[in-house]
Design a protein around this ligand. Structure first.
Ligand code: SF4
Length: 340
């Protein structure tokens, strides 16, 4: 058995609907050590947020059909009772949601919500919890925390609400923090501050972090490993330096060449990945990326018929493509790298 702090093994999350089964996550495996950050990247509908909700156990009570293993510190979260899971949330695992306004209760002050989050897990007085909350609000960069603690979420700016959400997620020093697009709605300055903050808090508490994002810039900034998802499956999984220096999957190439860069000349156009993400009800046969892939001619078999397996291309670097690895390296060197 792996000694990794988190091990997700062959996770499937399917939703039966009137139109068919939505295969949101289809056989996903990865692991994560304490003190490390994994970036999960993909377009909307690639399955990345569904994965994080599955780890948090937030599909319970829905029509989702979940199978596989999510083992956190030796305990399979898919086999825990609701009560066990509730007691783990906050302390063992916590999540920063995309939209802090919908994740915080509008009728309670920020301080009341954070105090409650502490008192669910610890028998401390309200006064002691409040002191901890004010301290944490200060640490996440909220000015005047002693005054702000008594304000309601709508009285906070977007950036401050996001910080309050981060404070709420971190208030019990969770060992696993899942951050789902935590900085998408924020301007770049606040975004950089929040990433710094997460890094600092990770250094202090040794937490493992899963950063869900569509932004490869954020991944380059904060992650140790990166997992690229497409159509509910992992298509590339590598240490972050390898993924940026020797990306090995046509979809990752597309993500990289469509990423804006400050040092790119103004007249150089970004090259988006053509077409749209697949419908998760009717995932294309064979390689799900084939309708959008510009490199199919290099594959030795029919990409629209044969599903490629996730296989090791380089040490600790897996990807899912039929093109032989040396050919992919050549395409990257000759056609993709010059555009980055
Ligand atoms: Fe493109 Fe075929 Fe590789 Fe899929 S398997 S990424 S369609 S070349």
């Amino acid at each position: 058995m792996s000694d990794k702090f988190l091990r997700v093994n062959d996770l499937h999350v399917h939703f039966p609907t009137d139109d068919g089964v939505v295969k949101a996550v289809d056989g996903l495996s990865f692991d994560l050590e304490k003190g490390k950050t994994l970036g999960i990247v993909g377009e909307s509908g690639s399955g990345k947020s569904v994965t994080s909700l599955a780890i948090m156990g937030l599909h319970r009570g829905t029509r989702a059909r979940i199978s596989g293993e999510i083992v956190l510190d030796g305990q399979d979260l898919l086999k825990t009772t609701d009560e066990e899971l509730r007691s783990l949330r906050g302390r063992k695992l916590a999540m920063i949601f995309q939209d802090p306004l919908s994740a915080m209760h509008p009728y309670y002050t920020v301080g009341q919500q954070l105090t409650e989050a502490i008192r669910v897990h610890e028998h401390v007085s309200k006064k002691a919890a409040r002191t901890t909350v004010i301290e944490m609000l200060g640490r996440v960069g909220i000015p005047n925390p002693g005054r702000r603690v008594d304000q309601y979420p709508h009285e906070f700016s977007g950036g401050m609400r996001q910080r309050a959400m981060i404070a709420m997620a971190l208030i019990n020093n969770p060992e696993l923090l899942i951050a789902d697009e935590p900085t998408t709605a924020l301007d770049v300055t606040v975004q950089a501050q929040i990433l710094d903050l997460m890094r600092d808090l990770q250094a202090e508490f040794g937490s493992a972090i899963i950063m869900i994002t569509h932004d490869l810039g954020v991944v380059a900034e904060i992650a140790d490993d990166v997992l690229v998802m497409y159509g509910g499956k992992c298509v590339e999984y590598a240490e972050v330096d390898d993924a940026f220096h020797q990306p090995d999957h046509p979809y990752t190439w597309g993500l990289l060449t469509s990423m804006p860069r400050l040092d790119r000349l103004k007249q150089e156009r970004l090259v988006p990945v053509v077409g749209n993400p697949p419908s998760l009800i009717n995932i294309p046969p064979g390689c799900a990326f084939h309708p959008r892939c510009a490199f199919r001619e290099f594959a030795p078999c029919a990409c629209d018929e044969v599903v490629p397996e996730l296989a090791e291309s380089y040490p600790k670097h897996d990807s899912r493509c039929h093109i032989p690895v040396p050919k992919r390296a050549e395409i990257f060197r000759d056609q993709i790298a010059p555009r980055l």
